[in-house]
Write a protein that binds this ligand. Structure first.
Ligand code: UDP
Length: 312
């Protein structure tokens, strides 16, 4: 049994991680400033003696009393809508927040795990994206606040690994969806499902030919834990390699919900990547992990969740 600190523990991925780790007997300390996280994601864990919630901003100095075996840094806005609305917070939590989390791990002699992202590849010229691709990121564009913060977080993590000998893990998370995304999160899967349930037009940005590869949250967190338990210090892509256009996703959501919604075209956001698909050869080989839940099944499960939380 390990004592694990999760920053962003009340967020979408952070809260699923809390559940999985508590389920296997670990003790969890969740830290979150509730900027984009939601207390309702972890309320069911209150009262469990193995679970502590600490409402704090990890961009400020953080301290956790007692032994700590692992620090997992998951705090950050992750939806483009959120990080465009909170650009400075996003840069701070990826830089200062990562530094503080690394400092905590170093002080405690703990393993450190950073949640990085497929956004480090930017608008990729290599397809599918392998971990040795350095990416194509516009540092001064609006998405740069997230992309560069995460690139910095990878760089400082490797520096702590090389210079201080910290035992570190770097995961590059590709588009993940599922229960506990916020209805107004702004990402495409939640937007389309909520719009379809309400009978509103589905908002396609651009012409809908851009691609993403969507991973169901249960698969994603299983991959994260497999990486945590491995000895791998270099970055590993964790995502579902089945690639869809945004238009195809809209069709699947309309079909699954049985909605009468139409689609509506909106301008493509600046620097929106035209294609994205993980090469998961390393994850398969090193971790023996691959996703099990495909898009139609995952969308159906997510629709069931949103039916319970949105008026429709
Ligand atoms: N998108 C869309 N309609 C929406 C929200 C997003 O067409 O209502 C598009 C967006 O422009 C992008 C893709 O869907 O091409 C995925 O967007 P998301 O915000 O989910 O994540 P990203 O992969 O861009 O970080």
């Amino acid at each position: 049994m390990a004592r694990i600190v999760i920053t962003g523990g009340a967020g979408f991925l952070g809260s699923h991680l809390c559940d999985l780790l508590l389920g296997r007997g670990d003790e969890v300390v969740a830290i979150d400033n509730l900027s984009t996280g939601d207390i309702s994601n972890i309320e069911h864990l209150f009262g469990r003696k193995e679970f502590t919630f600490s409402p704090r901003d990890v961009s400020d100095f953080i301290w956790v009393p007692g032994d700590v075996d692992v620090v997992m840094h998951f705090a950050s806005p992750a939806s483009p809508v959120d990080y465009l609305e909170k650009p400075i917070q996003t840069l701070k939590v990826g830089s200062l927040g990562t530094h503080n989390s690394l400092g905590l791990a170093k002080e405690k002699g703990a393993k450190f795990f950073i949640a990085s992202t497929s956004e480090v590849y930017g608008d990729p010229h290599v397809h599918p994206q392998t971990e040795d691709y350095w990416g194509n990121v516009n540092p001064v564009g609006p998405r740069g606040v997230y992309d560069e913060a995460k690139r910095f977080s990878e760089a400082i993590t490797m520096a702590y690994h090389r210079y201080h000998g910290l035992d570190t893990r770097i995961v590059r998370i590709f588009n993940t969806y599922g229960p506990r995304m916020r209805a107004n999160d702004g990402r495409v899967v939640s937007n389309f499902i909520v719009q379809a349930l309400r009978g509103e037009p589905l908002t396609i940005y651009g012409d809908g030919t851009q691609t993403r590869s969507f991973c169901y949250v249960d698969d994603e967190v299983n991959g994260l834990i497999a990486l945590l338990d491995s000895d791998e210090n270099d970055p590993v892509n964790i995502g579902n390699p089945n690639e869809f256009t945004v238009k195809e996703l809209a069709d699947i959501v309309v079909e699954t919900t049985g909605s009468s919604s139409t689609v509506e075209m909106h301008p493509l956001p600046t620097d929106d990547p035209t294609q994205r698909r993980p090469d998961i050869t390393r994850a398969r080989k090193i971790l023996g992990w691959e996703p099990q839940i495909q898009l139609r099944e995952g969308v159906a499960r997510t629709v069931d969740y949103f039916k319970t939380v949105v008026d429709h």
